[in-house]
Design a protein around this ligand. Structure first.
Ligand code: GLU
Length: 282
């Protein structure tokens, strides 16, 4: 039996954590990323737009400098991000070129979601990029903003981007198959983020790369599902994962969007802003 989405999937936000971009030696996972870019081109041909929210700047920056041990100093991490972001975009441009697609870099800070003018500017720019058939590749602007370095690895950013762009689906690709229950079985479908779900979503063990583990993913999913966006958490190394997901294959854990009325205009911006505010001082 296939999975039935709440509406046709026309626009997806795909979030890639650092562990999807680089291996433990901080070398790019070129084969896996190339397979992903090929799938994205297949989806574009079918009229499905894909927006990437990609981490990996710090990891690739460390790789560029021949390092494997993550610094604990913020400025040092921000410097790695600046170095690695260039390598990351070089890699994406090359891989997308091979499948006849182009990509564009968009670096956002949390203030871009707080300030209404900047929020609308970001939306208009992203819409214009998509209209050209180009894949936006979004990361946090780590030079001036440190929220996702401290926690999250872009999970919350991906939910805010999905809300900003009224995506139909948010796919969080990581190195686990989905959300595991207490018996290590993957939940297939989650309608409500209950205390039980919160309980099984612990932190992260991969301190070199991931910054929030399942906890941060569940927080992000709470934002997205309340903005009426269904979400899937699954593993990035599953063969043809994106194409199969869009076809309705029951891969990973599927979090069903809330039924509330979609917020419009000012109230929609207020909703996103309130999540930005809640994240402060966490
Ligand atoms: N924006 C950061 C990056 O792309 C977050 C990930 C991290 O803290 O390692 O590298």
């Amino acid at each position: 039996m296939t999975r039935t989405f709440q509406r046709p999937i026309k626009r997806i936000v795909v979030k890639l954590g650092s562990s999807q971009i680089a291996d433990s030696k901080m070398r790019p996972r070129t084969l896996q990323l190339s397979a992903l870019c090929r799938q994205i081109s297949q989806l574009y041909k079918k009229g499905v737009e894909v927006v990437l929210v990609s981490s990996g700047a710090i990891a690739l920056g460390m790789g560029e400098l021949g390092e494997t041990k993550r610094s604990t100093e913020l400025a040092q991490l921000q410097a790695r991000a600046a170095i690695g972001q260039a390598a990351l975009m070089r890699l994406y441009s090359e891989l997308f070129r091979k499948v006849r697609l182009k990509c564009g870099q968009v670096l956002l800070t949390w203030d871009d979601f707080d300030n209404r003018t900047r929020f609308l500017n970001a939306r208009h720019t992203l819409e214009a990029i998509l209209k050209k058939g180009v894949v936006p590749v979004i990361n946090e602007n780590d030079t001036t903003s440190t929220e996702e370095i401290k926690f999250g690895d872009n999970d919350k950013l991906s939910a805010l981007v999905a809300s900003l762009l009224h995506a139909d689906l948010l796919v969080i690709l990581s190195d686990v198959e989905g959300l595991y229950d207490a018996d290590k079985k993957v939940y297939e479908e989650v309608r409500e983020i209950t205390a039980e779900i919160e309980g099984v979503a612990g932190g992260t063990k991969n301190t070199h790369m991931a910054r929030g583990g399942m906890r941060a993913k569940i927080d992000a999913i709470k934002i997205a599902t309340h903005a009426r966006i269904s979400c899937v958490i699954t593993a990035g190394n599953i063969k043809d994962v994106l194409v199969r997901l869009v076809k309705g294959e029951r891969i990973g854990t599927y979090f069903i969007e809330k039924k509330e009325k979609l917020l419009d205009g000012d109230s929609e911006h207020e909703f996103i802003r309130s999540h930005f505010k809640n994240s402060k001082g966490r």
